[in-house]
Ligand binder design. Structure first.
Ligand SMILES: C[S@@+](CC[C@H](N)C(=O)[O-])C[C@H]1O[C@@H](n2cnc3c(N)ncnc32)[C@H](O)[C@@H]1O
Ligand SMILES: [Mg+2]
Length: 393
């Protein structure tokens, strides 16, 4: 490919936008997004609980990762405090997070500090990412970096990305891709460093990258080179970690916690809401039969002696197995103008079954918010008001 087919449109905070002059190749999506997506895919695949992004910059990667349901602790560290302060609020939960809480707790914290300082709050992580960070470290910090990140923090997995300088001749007049870069490495240079570090701290390393080279220039490799380091022998045990002294060097500049079903008040809100919706839906689907029977017996619904409600029609939302489970569960019924939905019936619905392990648990959570039958085995809904309004009896 011709050198002048590419131009550098912007160099913003490491989000280097490599744009071709002609349309021969384009990084689509942009290279920085490919890097974030690469990390997101790894997270989807390995489901780490604790993830830290060192040199997190404007926190874009953290914002992408926070939606991963597996993550319970997400930490960003950067030496530039202004970036962290400015972006912190965009990591806070918004209305939708309260309306539909996550299954698991999530705490996000941003620390101001340098990756070459030891802070014990970053011990015991499953994944640490360093995206376009190491090339910003001067030689002294680069020498300290492995000892802190691999030796001290020692997470299960580390992902390091850095520019591949072999790609640079494809950009016109580019020597270093960013004025703050202290170096850019060839694949051989990066791999030599990475293998040395991996060997020293007992990790294995796999090399890959993002940003495919254009046709005809495959020999230069990916525009961004990536090393995935996995700790041999897995994660440090909790007892190992507790032996380490508390060492709080970083300054926390932002922290937030997300609502989740692990928190009693949100669990209760969600469960009461789901139960109410399910009971309402059953009540509506049983009304025609109730109206019919009430009509046969007079103008007003009367006690019809514990009549069984009809099996409601199922929409396409349930699988055959789910349908069978619902049909085999205790049927809703009415007595006079009271409609009873057994808790066992409610538990047969997949959404409620996912929330509640058993009848006892459901009863104890909803008892003070939803009317229950005298023996506590069913939710009771009043049909009378509904008939008064809907059918003007
Ligand atoms: C090119 S930016 C990358 C930002 C982000 N990782 C991304 O991919 O969008 C490099 C970041 O590393 C941060 N940084 C540089 N030296 C650092 C150090 N010693 N400790 C922590 N962060 C550092 C810079 O402030 C900057 O935000
Ligand atoms: Mg950079």
């Amino acid at each position: 490919m011709e050198e002048n087919n590419l131009q550098c449109s912007s160099v913003v905070d490491g989000n280097f936008e490599e744009v071709p002059r002609e349309t021969a190749i384009q990084f689509k999506p942009p290279l920085y997004r490919q890097r974030y997506q690469f990390v997101k895919n790894l997270v989807d695949q390995h489901e780490p609980k604790k993830v830290a992004d060192l040199g997190c910059g404007d926190t874009s990667l953290l914002r992408l990762l926070k939606v991963n349901p597996c993550i319970e602790l997400l930490v960003g560290v950067d030496i530039n405090e202004d970036k962290l302060r400015w972006r912190g609020d965009s990591l806070a939960p918004f209305l939708g997070d309260f309306l539909k809480p996550r299954d698991l707790n999530l705490t996000i914290t941003l620390y101001h500090g340098s990756v070459v300082e030891r802070d014990s709050r970053l011990l015991g992580f499953d994944l640490i990412t360093c995206i376009e960070l190491i090339e910003h470290l001067d030689s002294g910090d680069l020498a300290r970096f492995p000892e802190v990140v691999f030796g001290y923090l020692s997470p299960s997995m580390i992902v390091i990305s850095t520019p591949n300088s072999e790609f640079n001749p494809l950009f016109p007049s580019v020597t270093l891709r960013d004025s703050d870069h202290k170096f850019e490495w060839t694949r051989m240079e990066f791999q030599t460093w990475a293998l040395y570090v991996a060997n020293r701290y007992d990790y294995s390393v796999e090399f890959t990258g993002v940003g495919e080279p254009p046709a005809g220039a495959e020999n230069v490799g990916y525009c961004t080179q990536i090393g995935i380091f996995r700790k041999n022998g897995g994660k440090a045990t909790e007892s190992c970690l507790s032996e380490q002294h508390d060492q709080h060097v970083y300054k926390a500049v932002f922290t937030t916690s997300y609502p989740s079903l692990q928190q009693e008040r949100f669990f209760k809100l969600v469960l009461v809401n789901e139960v109410s919706q399910q009971v309402e839906s059953l009540r509506v689907s049983h009304l025609p039969r109730q109206k019919e029977q009430a009509g046969e017996q007079g103008d007003k619904p009367k006690d019809i002696g514990g009549s069984k409600a009809p099996v409601p029609c199922f929409g396409p939302v349930f699988t055959e197995v789910e349908k069978a489970k619902i049909e085999n569960s205790p049927t809703p019924f009415w007595v006079g103008d009271k409609f009873f939905v057994p808790l066992q019936r409610l538990l047969a619905y997949p959404k409620l079954n996912r929330l509640c392990a058993n009848e006892e648990m459901m009863r104890s959570v909803i008892a003070d918010s939803i009317p229950l039958s005298r023996d506590g085995s069913a939710v009771v809904a009043d049909l009378r008001n509904y008939f008064d309004e809907q059918f003007e009896f």
